[in-house]
Design a protein around this ligand. Structure first.
Ligand code: E4P
Length: 218
């Protein structure tokens, strides 16, 4: 399973890259706005740090606007991916850009039908938002399982990015369901490797070891 970071924070990307956990990065306009920096500048900087795919989202809503923006964004770096919202106009943009060998990531996917349309249009990546589905009282993870099965049934090449991840359970269930990628927000990262029993164990081992060295020194 590949891990993407769902952030545009350079310090965070550099820190987590040292752990070998960063296969790519996803951003969206809200994530970029949080950094208070120029869009093009921050995407170019991320692309220079991370070897894998880095998603940068278009703002236009018309196909012609998305295609124009997508062609421009694609010039920024070889590993940049054009992120496009799941609309009829978006599908047209995906179909056009992918035909020009510009990779796309279809975002804001909330149903198997939407995921299937994105795959048919030729999207390289599809991003179902599990957390936002859970927020409205439905089961986000069911979408990952069903979309995975749908893509397998017809041998579509699109990769599923499990997005809007809020909990460790989301990540674990995405892995079990066979999602290709999980994009993880910075706030969840420490919880992935921290466990109270690990901390207790370290403390106990160090205390026991101290009693050995104390005896030797007396
Ligand atoms: C990633 O591609 C999405 O933009 C992101 O995961 C959305 O997460 P949110 O629902 O927590 O905003």
């Amino acid at each position: 399973m590949k891990f993407f970071l769902d952030t545009a924070n350079i310090d965070e990307i550099k820190r987590i890259s040292k752990l070998g956990l960063v296969d790519g990065v996803t951003t969206n306009p809200s994530i970029i706005a949080k950094e208070g920096r120029n869009f093009e500048e921050v995407i170019k900087e991320i692309c220079s740090i991370v070897e894998g795919p880095v998603s940068a989202e278009v703002i236009g809503l018309k196909a012609t606007e998305m295609i124009k923006e997508g062609r421009e964004i694609a010039k920024w770096a070889p590993n940049v991916i054009v992120k496009i919202p799941m609309t009829e106009e978006g599908l047209e943009a995906v179909y056009t850009l992918e035909a020009e060998n510009i990779k796309t990531n279809v975002t804001l996917v909330f149903s198997v039908a939407q995921g299937l349309m994105a795959a048919k249009a030729g999207a390289s990546f599809i991003s179902p938002f599990v957390g936002r589905i859970d927020d409205i009282g439905e089961d986000g993870m069911k979408l990952i399982k069903n979309l995975r099965q749908t893509l397998v049934n017809y041998e579509f090449k699109s990769e599923i990015i499990t997005a809007s991840i809020r909990t460790i359970g989301h990540l674990e269930q995405a892995a079990i369901a066979g999602a290709d990628i999980a994009t993880i927000p910075g706030s969840l990262l420490p919880k992935l490797w921290k466990h109270p029993l690990t901390d207790n164990g370290i403390e106990q081992f160090l205390n026991d070891w101290k009693s050995v060295t104390d005896k030797e020194n007396n």
